[in-house]
Design a protein. Structure first.
Length: 569
């Protein structure tokens, strides 16, 4: 029986890791199947011989949306304790230690699999995006132990890998317009389905911060009227699919040096293995596509290159000096060089292609789909209300731009730059997804803490409840809605300590004690995953202890579902 590799991804990292494991298994002469968790028949799990799970953690300890249905199946109380006794299992958890519930999804998954009788091949791998080497800091040494452990499960697993063998291409390209591969091919792209991206148009893109303010923050309005699948409620999230900016695309095109004819010639991408998913029709369309469109809309040219990028580039390169350097950057021994070249500089995929120009010019078109990462839709809390903004959906976006060591050009966030440049009438691919917040069904008091763009979901909720904007709230709803502000960069505060949301919470602790202790209010926190959630939790614990001596007040509220977080890095 073949090895099964299942992943639950949020940003695409878990899929990249899973594909790397799949390639390594194939290189070791081991048949392997690869599947996202929502496309794997989870009820067939007890019949598998060995399964590798790669599981990202989203939000505050949540499973990625695509993994939640399968996780609910695993939690069924009717399952026998020996349900998975015939199966060996290993779990890679992908997380970020700046979050309070670091790698909770991977940890919970591993514990549940063992509870159901699975034999663990290795302790769970806890990969940390905050590690100086990124997730590879934990992943690489863990994988070195994995393959020897699998020898005891699969006798035909090769103990060595032919380093000169070329990796399997995920797709064969069937070109239109003549030639031996010119015949049209049907069914090579997945048809549109429920939950896919939809096309909406920009109504307005307005900067809401002053021109003199350090942060360019945008309120973007899309016309969703008449577009199927665009119904939403307060707390929901809008997933936005960005495209590469022109200047980044130009760097990649110059490095690859494909002819105009090749870039604009339509083709069909046919998967070479049943484990390989067809190209996403909701991103590139359901017909033939061109390399130029793939480089603009499908491949993430602004992402920092992962080790798999250097590994695959090194495998195909014939330029001796570049090949040596590429393989060094991909190796565990080259960790310091990788940190210096990629991590500290925040160098992009496009810039790396330019730096390794000889090797980039050797990349055949079909190899792009193996080497280049995919653009993933980014999540933004919806800032509008479906009642007060009928036929419209709004998001609040802070543009990401900063300087990095030894790089002349500023580093720019792919999606925030894409959104900041949108003009009225532009088409954008989006979809609505449930958020992590679960607001109470009844009109219960709510405490909302939303620094920065964290105010977005609360604007939606308050408009739903009160039908008013921030500057109207206290005047129109005196006594029922109270707004407290914490301007951490206010000119008046520069001489002393900055004033953050946790400071306002402590100042207003009597009011919070009344709401949370006496009136059973619910509390919601949205914003940066850095120090803010921890500081808010500590302020809550202080408030609870001062009120009646209760220790661990925040943990109790969270266990009851009355304290919820939606944070991002």
């Amino acid at each position: 029986m073949s090895l099964v590799i299942i992943y639950g991804t949020e940003t695409g990292t878990a899929e990249d890791v899973a594909e790397g494991l799949w390639r390594e298994a194939r290189a070791r002469n081991l048949a392997a199947r690869l599947a996202p968790m929502d496309e794997y028949d989870i009820e067939s799990l007890p019949s598998e011989r060995a399964v590798l799970f790669v599981m990202a953690t989203s939000g505050q300890g949540e499973f990625p949306p695509t993994a939640r249905a399968s996780w609910r199946w695993m939690l069924r109380k009717s399952h026998r304790s020996d349900l998975l006794k015939e199966m060996s299992v290993a779990v890679i958890g992908l997380g970020d230690s700046s979050y309070q519930k670091y790698n909770f999804a991977g940890k919970k998954l591993f514990r549940r699999l063992v509870q159901l009788g699975a034999r663990d091949l290795l302790p769970v791998c806890l990969a940390d995006d905050q590690h100086e080497s990124g997730i590879d800091g934990a992943l690489l040494p863990w994988k070195d132990q994995l393959w020897p452990r699998l020898h005891g499960v699969y006798e035909d697993l090769s103990r060595t890998v032919d380093e000169n063998a070329q990796p399997l291409c995920k797709y064969t390209l069937r070109w239109e317009g003549g030639g031996e591969n010119g015949a049209a091919v049907q069914g090579d792209q997945r048809p549109l389905k429920e939950g896919d991206l939809r096309v909406v148009r920009v109504v307005e893109n307005r900067r809401v911060t002053a021109d003199s303010h350090f942060q360019d923050t945008r309120l973007v309005t899309f016309n969703s009227s008449g577009v199927d699948g665009m119904d939403y409620a307060p707390g929901d999230v809008l997933m936005v699919q960005p495209c590469n900016p022109d200047e980044t695309l130009a760097i990649a095109l110059e490095a690859l040096q494909y002819t105009v004819e090749l870039l604009d010639r339509p083709f069909h991408a046919v998967p070479t293995d049943t484990s390989i998913r067809p190209l996403p029709a909701d991103v590139v369309g359901d017909g033939p596509v061109t390399l130029r469109e793939c480089l603009r809309r499908l491949f993430d040219l602004q992402q920092r290159p992962r080790r798999s990028f250097f590994e695959l580039m090194g495998a195909i390169s014939t330029h001796e000096a570049e090949k040596e350097k590429l393989l060094e950057l991909a190796s565990a021994e080259g960790q310091d060089d990788y940190i210096d070249y990629v991590t500290r500089t925040r160098r992009t995929v496009a810039e790396t292609l330019r730096d390794f120009g000889h090797s980039a010019r050797e990349i055949k078109p079909e190899r792009l789909f193996d080497i280049l990462p995919r653009i993933r839709a980014r999540a933004f809390s919806i800032a509008s209300c479906p009642v007060t903004h009928a036929g419209r959906v709004q998001i609040l976006v802070a543009k990401v731009q900063y300087k990095a060591a030894r790089m002349a050009e500023p580093r720019r966030g792919l999606c925030s730059t894409f959104i900041a440049r949108l003009q009225q009438g532009d088409e954008v691919r989006v979809r609505v997804r449930p958020g992590t917040f679960r607001f109470p069904a009844v009109e219960r008091p709510i405490v909302a803490v939303g620094p920065g763009t964290g105010v977005a979901p609360f604007r939606s909720l308050i408009q739903w409840r009160a039908g008013a904007e921030w500057d109207e709230l206290q005047r129109a709803h005196e006594g029922t809605v109270v707004v407290h502000t914490a301007y951490s960069r206010d000119e008046e505060e520069k001489a002393g300590a900055r004033r953050y949301v946790q400071h306002v919470m402590v100042q207003q602790r009597k009011q919070l004690q009344r709401l949370l202790k006496d009136e059973n209010a619910w509390m919601f926190v949205a914003g940066s995953s850095g120090d803010m959630p921890k500081a808010v939790t500590e302020a809550l614990d202080l408030i609870g202890k001062e009120a009646d001596g209760e220790e661990g007040y925040a943990a109790r509220l969270e266990k009851e579902g009355r304290l919820q977080f939606e944070t991002w890095s």
